[in-house]
Design a protein around this ligand. Sequence first.
Ligand code: FE2
Length: 352
Amino acid sequence: MTNFVSAPALNLPDVPIQLAKRTFLAGSTDASMPAAISQLPTATFPLVLQPKPGLHANDISVPDWAADANKWIDAVLHEHGAVLLRGLPLLSADDFTRFVEGLDCETLGYAGGIALRDAVTSKVMTASYEPPEVSMEPHNEMAYTSVYPSKVLFFCETPPACGGETPIVDVRQYAQLIDPALRQKVTQTGIKYLRHLPHQRAASFASWQQTFYTDEKQDVKRFMDERGFEFYWDEDDNLTYSYVRPATVPHPKTGEDVWFNQLVSHHASYFQGYPDDAHADFDYHRSPFHSQYGDGTEFSPDIIAHIREKIWLCAVAFSWQQGDVLVLDNLLVQHGRMSFEGSRRILVSLVK
Ligand SMILES: [Fe+2]
């Protein structure tokens, strides 16, 4: 017995979401960048669930809604990749926290992550502090680490007044559009992820002291040695480290190998056109993050543009409503964030 019923497909936001030549979007000046997000949401992506007609959402407790949602998520998420729960009686971070608790799943912290996030409650974080004028390209959450969430839950506490959509991309669809020879080569070599963390006395972005919560190089060395990461200190005590991760991983439920990496969203070209001058025009080796083939050779600009094009060709966007909960299978679906104006508060919970 379920109190949810599936709803018709969502509408694309009224105003086209520009991509080509969009300010502060990585790759937007590439000739191959699509003009705008063009795929419509369908009845199956994202699958929209809402309370049955005639049912008052408030008549059912948040934990009971969560238990009901949990059954749907278990049954259909690995097929659809994305489920939007709309019309639940959730107003605040505390409500969302109770909902996540009711899902009976283990949540994951953000240790080792790149973005700045604040814990709002024990299970809920702010989604991102990237400047509002920046559009973040779709990515699988923390696909550059060995410990990543299996699901990502977003909650819309305050819908954006203008823009601020969360584009979603079915990885199974876009991976098929990537040049097969390129996909094969990247699958063979894996992807090398590089981080460059300045000493705090010269830091214009996160220092190694901030990132590892220590002033001692010995602590950093232990972290690197435990993981088998390559690292070195330059003459100014700045830290560079790197490691290789596979480009695909087996899906825990279906066993299929899925394209799961941050080849483009971890690439230093992300910072081209970034509004902060401190990040502009990096030598790639001094960029806060960067990606290469697993053997250490660079991806050509054409390859980065090719993959960005395919991701955006498959992007689907919709307008947030207060109380929406978007549940993503993190291995199957990427998420991004379009720039916005005015207030917007989307919270996130990462599920182990
Ligand atoms: Fe993210």
